[in-house]
Design a protein around this ligand. Structure first.
Ligand SMILES: [Zn+2]
Length: 366
C-alpha cells in the first residue's frame, strides 16, 4: 500500500530497479568518527605536533613518530601513507565519496552528529528523533540487518561485531535474532578455537581504558574467527579507537587507529577473496558514523559542530564500477546505506521501508 501511495504521489518508497547483482555477501565496516579530512588529505601537519596527554608517553617522541609515519610532501602521499589499502585498492577498483574539495559530499541527516543516531541512521536508513543519546538502550527500530535476517536466504547468516557495547542496543540483540558481539563480552556462540579462547581471555584481562569498549584488535580478530567458522552473508564490524583517541586529544593515536583500521580492511578483503564462498561475490562498504569539527574542534563533534555532519563512504565489490575517488557527484547520505546494501543483495529495502533513503545508484550494477 505504501508503495502504491509512493508511486501515486511521487514520494520516496517507489520500487527500485532490480539489480542484476553479482554481490551475494556484504561486509560493512564502520570507523567511528574518522573525519573525511584525514581520509582525503592524510595527516594534518598542524595537529601532529599536538599529541595530547602525556600519560600516553613522551609527547615529542609520539609526535615525531607520527610525523615519520604519516607526514609526506603532498596530500596524495599523505593519504596513501595513512590508508594504503583504501587508496591503492578501493580508490582504483571501487568508489570513495566525500571529498568536498572535488565536489563530492557525504553526510548524516540526523542533525545530532554523534554515534547512536549515526549508526541508527546508517543501519535503518532513517534518522529517528527518539534516538537522541548514546545510551545503550534497545533500538525501537529494525535495522536492515534484522530485516534481511528475517528472510530465509539470510536467516542465520547475519552477524555484527563491535568494539562499543552499545551495538547490543543499536542492533537490538535481544530481538534481532542474529549474533551480536560487542564490548567486553566473550564470543561463545561458535566452537572455541585456540585463537578464540585467547581473544576472549584478552578481552577479560587487558587493561580497560574505556569502560564501554575494548581496543579495536579484540572485536576485529573475533569477527575474523567468526567469518572463518560461519561464513556470514551479511557482516558488520564497528571499530571505535579513532573516536576514542580523538576525544582524548591524541592525534598520533587517532592516526594510528585509522591506519590500523585500514590494515584491517586489507586483512578482511584478502581473507574473503581467499574463500570460495566470498571470492568475487562480496561487497565491502566502509564509512564512519559522523565527522568531527575542524581546527581546534577536531577532537569533538555533535549538534553544535556543523562540520561534524560531514562524512565519507567507500564501496568495493563486483557490482560497483571502478570510478575511484568521486568528483562532482550527487550528494550521498548515511541514510542511503541500508537500501544500497540490500539492493546489492537483490532485496528492495527502500520499497519496504519508504522512509529510508533511496539506494545510491552509482554503486549498483546496471
Ligand atoms: Zn561515533
Amino acid at each position: 500500500m505504501l508503495a502504491v501511495l509512493g508511486l501515486a504521489f511521487g514520494l520516496a518508497g517507489v520500487a527500485q530497479t532490480p539489480v542484476a547483482h553479482k554481490t551475494e555477501n556484504v561486509i560493512v565496516v564502520m570507523l567511528d568518527g574518522l573525519r573525511w579530512q584525514e581520509v582525503f588529505h592524510g595527516a594534518d601537519a598542524d595537529l601532529v605536533s599536538k599529541p595530547g596527554p602525556e600519560a600516553l608517553g613522551n609527547p615529542k617522541e609520539r609526535a615525531a613518530s607520527a610525523e615519520k609515519l604519516y607526514l609526506r610532501s603532498t596530500q596524495e602521499e599523505r593519504r596513501q601513507a595513512l590508508m594504503p589499502f583504501l587508496w591503492s585498492v578501493v580508490g582504483t577498483q571501487g568508489q570513495i565519496f566525500g571529498n568536498r574539495d572535488l565536489g563530492s559530499d557525504a553526510h548524516v541527516t540526523n542533525g545530532l552528529n554523534f554515534s547512536y543516531p549515526g549508526y541508527n541512521e546508517t543501519l535503518t536508513g532513517f534518522a529517528d528523533p527518539r534516538i537522541h543519546s548514546n545510551d545503550n538502550v534497545p533500538n525501537p527500530n529494525v535495522t536492515v540487518f534484522e530485516w534481511l535476517n528475517a528472510k530465509p536466504a539470510f536467516t542465520g547468516k547475519v552477524a555484527a561485531f563491535g568494539a562499543w557495547d552499545a551495538f547490543n542496543g543499536i542492533f537490538n540483540r535481544e530481538r534481532c535474532g542474529f549474533s551480536v558481539n560487542a564490548g567486553y563480552d566473550p564470543l561463545t556462540t561458535i566452537p572455541a578455537t585456540p585463537e578464540l579462547k585467547l581473544l576472549n581471555d584478552l578481552k577479560a584481562e587487558t587493561v580497560r581504558i574505556w569502560p564501554d569498549e575494548p581496543f579495536d584488535p579484540l572485536p576485529f580478530h573475533t569477527a575474523i574467527e567468526y567469518v572463518k567458522a560461519k561464513k556470514p552473508r551479511l557482516l558488520f564490524i564497528g571499530l571505535g579507537e579513532t573516536d576514542d583517541w580523538a576525544h582524548a586529544g591524541s592525534y598520533p593515536e587517532y592516526l594510528n587507529a585509522a591506519h590500523l583500521g585500514d590494515s584491517y580492511l586489507r586483512q578482511l578483503w584478502e581473507l574473503v577473496q581467499s574463500m570460495p564462498e566470498y571470492r568475487g561475490r562480496t561487497t565491502l562498504i566502509v564509512l564512519p558514523d559522523h565527522g568531527r569539527g575542524v581546527g581546534a574542534l577536531w577532537t569533538s563533534h555533535g549538534e553544535k559542530i556543523a562540520e561534524s555532519k560531514q562524512t565519507w563512504m567507500a564501496f568495493l565489490g563486483p557490482d560497483t564500477a571502478a570510478l575511484g575517488e568521486r568528483k562532482a557527484a550527487d550528494p550521498v547520505t548515511e541514510s542511503q546505506i541500508a537500501a544500497t546494501l540490500a539492493l546489492l543483495l537483490g532485496e528492495d529495502y527502500h520499497q519496504s521501508v519508504p522512509k529510508s533513503g533511496a539506494s545510491i545508484e552509482d554503486v549498483l550494477g546496471k
